[in-house]
Design a protein around this ligand. Sequence first.
Ligand SMILES: Cc1cc2nc3c(=O)[nH]c(=O)nc-3n(C[C@H](O)[C@H](O)[C@H](O)COP(=O)(O)O)c2cc1C
Length: 401
Amino acid sequence: MADLFTPLVLGGITCPNRIQVSPMCQYSAVDGIAQDWHLIHLGGLMMSGAGLVVAEATGVEAAGRISHGCLVLETDAQEQALADLVARLRPLSDAGIGIQLGHAGRRASARSIRDRGKGESLPPEEGAWQTYAPSALPYNDQWATPAEMTEDDIIRITRAFAQATRRAVRAGFDLVECHAAHGYLLHQFLSPRTNRRNDAWGGTLENRMRFPLAVVQAMRDALPADRALGVRVNSTDWHPQGATLDDAVPFVRALKDLGVDYVTLSAGNLVPDAVIPKATPGHQVGFAERIRQETGMTVVAVGMISDPVQADAVVREGRADMVAIGRAMLDNPRWGWHAAARLGHDVPYPPQYLRARPNNWTDFQRIHPGAQPVVSTQQADRPSGSTWDRPETDKPAAQPS
Ligand SMILES: Cc1cc2nc3c(=O)[nH]c(=O)nc-3n(C[C@H](O)[C@H](O)[C@H](O)COP(=O)(O)O)c2cc1C
């Protein structure tokens, strides 16, 4: 069995290990354009030891961004800013660089945490915009009612996904991930709770899958073979009348037939009255495991995977091919480096930071008590006469009591 630090082939790319930085909205764009924050945020995560860094949910059209501060990939200026960003990120490590493309549907036009909001619908005086959904059903009675999508809207948004994919390719991203989870537009089509259409785009599961599959097909057609295509899928709506893992199985089979390279199994966020069990470590790994077994698809597990031994076990036991890590990466953007030390693996450090590498610094063992001895080809020079770095003569550091 593979372990966390073995390479993983996803379509046309090879990730140096099976740790992914999960896509995380930063609400820091201006007019959909990436800013210095994105460089600092993603730059730090490129130097985390992860094998793949996926940038946040990015709207394929302005109406599809979640909040005023979300990235959009619809204009030349937005594309150019992302191309500059990728060019600056690329030299920082050998991690693959991906971007998640999505459309928020009825959950667009929201106030973000950066606007001191909790994700609620924007009032008109804060620049609310028209939202779109399969059916004219608001998220709850405090939310704006979306327009039921017409055939023209369906065509426009499908093309927007394809066009944004082409822009992401030109910007230099290795991988594009389609967001079909978390209660956003594609998930709204998939679930019987939010899709009440009577036409070819609603009703049976086959009809509810039609629009998401058309979008993924358009993205696949726009993506060359030397890149990778993933989809974030909802495992369950956590609602008695919602979609379940039984619905996700045929959806993932259809995605596999379209040439999708991996899926990430997440859950929830569709409706406010979902009944969600208390989250425990690795609470969504079982979803990934069943999808992997029943479809043969390459799967990414996500959700409260924050301990290196736990993450390694998920991969080693064949429950998932990769783990995506969110909050633990924000908490500790060197998570992958520390996981490597804990599991006894060698991951490359940038030369500027080599002196803090476990094999070059005796204090590492003291502040990371579970660390294994790591044999590395990367040695730091030790300037003669320095007092701060003398591992040959250092006595073993005292263990914390
Ligand atoms: C600040 C923040 C922003 C997020 N934004 C996104 C996003 O853009 N796209 C997405 O699919 N999930 C998003 N998520 C969910 C994470 O990718 C991940 O699935 C979730 O946090 C569970 O993983 P964790 O327990 O490792 O944090 C976000 C989570 C956080 C904490």
